[in-house]
Design a protein. Structure first.
Length: 258
């Protein structure tokens, strides 16, 4: 599998435009991407669907000790984190002990980095699991993916594995009562014999309609940044992304292009 992978459980801190000094958590394997989506633009590369591949997820105890040690090291330094961010090589909420790990993270944050906001970048695919949703609702910033509000486009872009549907995801997003951030990556291009474009008027109308219902704190809008596993995807120019952001703002929802 080609693509960019984080080779550590806890990485950084990195200086992030959107999150400040952010200590990253990769709750996924360090040698493999592990996700229940297979987004055609994923910068980690294609999802490995070979069932023979051994997936090793971090152990809860090891994670807790490592996080506490790292936060203690950073205490009082210029790199004391503004954010503790779950990102990494796949989808963090599929870790079977995700909820318990969130409790450990909150405890460690309160003890060693009380000013740090806990953020999670998630594809929102596990919101049908009450334990996952309850855990997410305990953190400061849920940054949840919504690349299209049309089921067929969602399947073509995100290539959800295991029967995950967009309607189920939207149901989960609505349950946050607006206390969430939506992230959307816009692009166009051909893949697998289909021309995919989530910037068409039909796409944007459906997406804006759902955004109004979800009523997020704000919307993060992205172009393609790094190399993509599907070749021939086009980066959307910033002026076009800004025009999309303005349509979001016209609905009374904050939006920013990154
Ligand atoms: S959800 Fe994220 S990690 Fe999973 S395939 Fe999509 S971009 Fe990659």
């Amino acid at each position: 599998m080609s693509g960019f992978l984080f080779d550590e459980l806890i990485f950084g801190p990195v200086h992030s435009r959107r999150l400040g000094v952010s200590l990253g958590i990769n709750l996924l394997p360090t040698d493999n991407k592990y996700c229940n989506f297979n987004c055609i633009y994923c910068e980690c590369g294609w999802t490995n669907k070979d069932k023979g591949v051994k997936i090793v997820l971090p152990k809860r105890d090891n994670f807790k000790t490592k996080l506490e040690n790292r936060l203690q090291e950073l205490q009082g330094t210029v790199n004391e984190p503004d954010a503790i961010t779950f990102a990494g090589n796949g989808e963090p909420t599929i870790h079977p002990l995700f909820a318990e790990i969130i409790d450990d993270t909150i405890e460690a944050r309160d003890k060693f980095a009380p000013k740090a906001a806990i953020s999670i970048l998630s594809n929102a695919s596990m919101l049908h699991k009450p334990k996952v949703t309850e855990a997410l609702k305990k953190v400061d910033k849920n940054i949840l993916k919504l690349d299209s509000a049309i089921e067929s486009t969602f399947q073509k872009i995100n290539q959800a594995i295991g029967g995950i549907t967009l309607s189920k995801i939207i149901e989960g997003l609505l349950s946050f009562d607006g206390k969430l951030i939506i992230q959307t990556l816009f692009f166009r291009g051909e893949y697998n014999g289909h021309f995919i474009d989530n910037t068409t008027d039909e796409e944007l109308k459906a997406w804006l309609e759902i955004l109004e219902k979800i009523n997020p704190e704000y919307v993060m809008i992205y172009p393609i940044d790094r190399g993509t596993p599907a070749k021939g995807l086009e980066k959307i120019p910033y002026d076009e992304l800004n025009a999309i952001a303005n349509r979001v703002k016209a609905k009374g929802i904050a939006a920013k292009v990154y």
